[in-house]
Design a binder for this molecule. Structure first.
Ligand SMILES: Nc1nc2c(c(=O)[nH]1)N[C@H]1C(S)=C(S)[C@@H](COP(=O)(O)OP(=O)(O)OC[C@H]3O[C@@H](n4cnc5c(=O)[nH]c(N)nc54)[C@H](O)[C@@H]3O)O[C@H]1N2
Ligand SMILES: Nc1nc2c(c(=O)[nH]1)N[C@H]1C(S)=C(S)[C@@H](COP(=O)(O)OP(=O)(O)OC[C@H]3O[C@@H](n4cnc5c(=O)[nH]c(N)nc54)[C@H](O)[C@@H]3O)O[C@H]1N2
Ligand code: SF4
Ligand SMILES: [Mo]
Length: 668
């Protein structure tokens, strides 16, 4: 038995981007562990990845190209060869291109893998093809917008700032599930006496480890932040010296906006008692170095960008940025570390083509004309489960004249509607280079096992398609490793700080931050812009989210045991996730005459979804919660939760509004 320990990286859409050690025996991954050398994750993994080998060698892996032989959606396929599959696809595409133009072809991808090459390489291909482009805004574009409107390109704080803080606000985040390794820093801070609060719409699992939970009405956090700023100003807790030196527009905010948000009014909007608002303001205003960990839940509302923008103003008022342990972490952006444009190849686009928003796939497939979408190519994403307004998406996918190709590791709900399914490698079977949105680590990873079955990587699919389409650019002749080398050679200014030999050897390295980066504000004015003259609305303010005409706000939040729709292939994790529960406050259930364990239907104008009712006091009156995305196979009825969410977009940056949705509930 020949056993080897090889390094890799967790490829999933998670801020932690853990370093992995994979034990390989005879070409099979037999054990997956955390890499103790990793600067942020320090050798531990979350429950999902502890047995990644079960995903990689799952009996459910797709191992051959497949062609549909039954009705769409029924999952009946016959195996075909790669040559045949590529031929069928490119023949159809040539025909569509001749009849409708290449814009009738739409790629759909998101973040099945976060590796820079495999995630982005399809763009180079589709730019060359002249296909419609996809606006990839399902996750948190409004959050990035909100941060940038105040802070511009300012570098996000290093996560180890958290452990130096004395007051940590976990705001709209369930760290235990979605950013587990940041918990280490929160725990360290607690050991040193820090207080930790959670601001959320329900007592999510992270509530267990905090000192206090503040429950806020969904979509009203912007008003909460303005209310806190109102009290800070009223009490004279503003850091005037910091304001004078580093901040633009506090006087306008103070005179034009803050007077409109006295505690009584904020209490009415947010549902938080005045006493608690005052307590939060004291904690925040009096803390030596308050730190906000800002999750993404609250950005997925009709007012999401504005909410993030408003909260991002808070640290400036108390001068938190100038203190070790003070600040706000929304997301870490290290995009400029690599020459990513060498993979996305916008230069291959001859002229700008139509842009389709990924949150509006349902409308795109059913309503777009000039030209209509005639072919959909889905890779590392599962829109039939993850994207809003499922009913419309399925209606589109059912179109007999739509030619759908899905490149996947598993027979997902989306794959079931494909005309051609192509088997995809897992991250252990292809090489890539990774960065993270939760820390400053980067790492290169080579394949550690051979491909399972006939599966091939995203890049190899695009190489085959390019060849068959007659694309002759040198770009398509490069291997994934060539592309990785081009991403990092010559080194970008960011990379000059790292040990490149170590990076090339596949070990984790960390980008280093310039001195004083926390008070170096990379905005047009070189100051924090509470007043942003470039925005049509130069000052932050509060306005209501969309909501729906229904009694309960629906939170469909991440589960500890899956990641979006990934990991649903794992019986061990599914059994921990148990079932699609709908958590409801006992008082609401009493009013509706509903009982724990009953099968219920959540419904609104867009759809109906069945759940098992779970009564709780952790969810406030007027809110219902379901944790985790399930696939149709595990669902109680025809649909899963995104049959209830809508294609409406955020106020700025065209983001998803997945949490800005209301439902009613009845017995099934
Ligand atoms: N209701 C509701 N909906 C949500 C959310 C929510 O909180 N509530 N969260 C939203 C968010 S934040 C996001 S980011 C989106 C995520 O949406 P997606 O990015 O679509 O995420 P996944 O469901 O993980 O689907 C990824 C798919 O990629 C496949 N895959 C993995 N690696 C590879 C590879 O190398 N190649 C190929 N071809 N395939 C691969 C996996 O098998 C999996 O089926 O979902 C959104 N949807
Ligand atoms: N285990 C696991 N890990 C994951 C994922 C997963 O599905 N499972 N998904 C991955 C992805 S793609 C992403 S983008 C990140 C997700 O990261 P986030 O989107 O930050 O997800 P959560 O940490 O669950 O934080 C969302 C929280 O926001 C709360 N919330 C909703 N609306 C509001 C509101 O109006 N106000 C306030 N204050 N809170 C609100 C929800 O109740 C929930 O607790 O995690 C990644 N990691
Ligand atoms: S899902 Fe996140 S926490 Fe889990 S191993 Fe991957 S990067 Fe680490
Ligand atoms: Mo996401």
């Amino acid at each position: 038995m020949n056993s080897e320990l090889k390094r890799s990286v967790c490829p999933y859409d998670c801020p932690d981007a853990c370093g992995l050690l994979v034990e390989v025996v005879d070409g099979q991954a037999v054990k997956v562990m955390g890499d103790p050398e990793h600067p942020f994750t320090k050798g531990t993994l979350c429950p999902k990845m502890l047995h990644y080998e079960r995903t990689v060698h799952s009996p459910q892996r797709l191992t051959q190209p497949l062609q549909r032989i039954g009705e769409k959606g029924t999952g009946q396929y016959k195996p075909i060869s790669w040559d045949e599959a590529i031929q069928v696809i490119t023949d159809r595409w040539q025909g569509i291109r001749a009849q409708y133009g290449a814009e009738a072809i739409l790629p759909y991808s998101y973040a099945g893998t976060m590796g820079t090459v495999q995630r982005n390489c399809g763009e180079g291909f589709f730019h060359r093809l002249g296909a419609s482009r996809l606006d990839r805004t399902i996750c948190s574009s409004s959050k990035s917008y909100g941060w940038a409107s105040v802070m511009g390109d300012t570098l996000a704080p290093h996560p180890d700032e958290v452990e130096k803080s004395d007051f940590i606000l976990l705001w709209s985040t369930n760290l235990l599930a979605t950013n587990l390794h940041l918990m280490y820093y929160v725990r360290e801070a607690k050991k040193r006496g820090a207080t930790v609060w959670l601001v959320d719409t329900y007592e999510n699992p992270t509530a267990q480890i905090v000192d206090k939970v503040m429950l806020v009405r969904p979509g009203s956090d912007g008003a909460l932040a303005l209310g806190i700023m109102h009290i800070l100003d009223r009490e004279g807790w503003i850091d005037q010296e910091f304001m004078d030196k580093y901040v633009q527009g506090f006087e306008q905010l103070r005179s034009e906006v803050l007077p409109d948000y006295p505690p009584a009014k904020v209490s009415q909007i947010t549902g938080i008692e005045v006493r608690l608002l005052e307590e939060m303001a004291v904690r925040y205003g009096k803390a030596h170095a308050p730190f906000i960990v800002l999750g993404s839940g609250l950005c997925r509302y009709g007012n999401g960008a504005m909410t993030v923008r408003t909260i991002t103003c808070l640290p400036a008022l108390v001068g938190a940025w100038s203190k070790p342990g003070g600040g706000l972490l929304a997301s870490i952006s290290t995009g400029k570390a690599f020459h990513t444009d060498r993979v996305t190849r916008e230069d291959l686009l001859k002229e700008p083509t139509r842009v389709v928003n990924m949150n509006q796939l349902g409308n795109a497939l059913t309503e777009l004309s000039n030209p209509p979408i005639m072919s959909l190519f889905v890779y590392h994403s599962n829109p039939a489960v993850v994207a809003p307004d499922q009913t419309m998406i399925i209606k589109g996918l059912m179109r007999e004249d739509l030619f759908t190709v899905v490149h996947e590791r598993f027979m997902t709900d989306t794959a079931r509607y494909a005309d051609i399914i192509l088997p995809a490698t897992s991250s252990l079977e292809h090489s890539d280079i990774y960065r993270s949105y939760g820390h400053y680590g980067i790492q290169r990873a080579a394949a550690v096992i051979p491909p399972v079955g006939e599966s091939i990587s995203n890049w190899e699919v695009f190489q085959l398609l390019a060849q068959a389409m007659g694309f002759e650019e040198f770009f398509f002749n490069q291997t994934a490793d060539d592309l990785i080398n081009r991403l990092i050679n010559p080194p970008t200014p960011w990379l000059k700080s790292v040990d490149l030999a170590k990076l090339q050897a596949g070990r984790p390295v960390e980008l280093s931050l310039p001195e004083n980066y926390k008070t170096t504000f990379l905005t047009p004015s070189a100051k924090i812009e509470l007043y942003n003259p470039k925005d049509a609305q130069p000052l932050p303010n509060y306005f209501e989210p969309y909501g729906d005409d229904a009694p309960f706000y629906l939170m469909s939040t991440p589960s500890l045991y899956s990641l979006n729709s990934s990991f649903n292939e794992r019986p061990d994790l599914l059994s921990k996730k148990e079932a699609a529960y709908l958590q409801m406050n006992v008082k609401d259930a009493e009013n509706k005459n509903l009982q724990d364990g009953q099968k219920v239907i959540a419904f609104n104008e867009r759809g109906e979804v069945q759940f098992i009712l779970k009564l709780t006091t952790k969810v406030p009156v007027g809110v219902v919660v379901t944790e985790g995305l399930f696939c149709k196979e595990q669902a109680l009825g025809e649909h899963t939760v995104n049959a209830l969410t809508s294609q409406r977009l955020t106020d700025r940056a065209a983001g998803s509004t997945l949490y800005d949705v209301k439902v009613d509930v009845r017995l099934a």
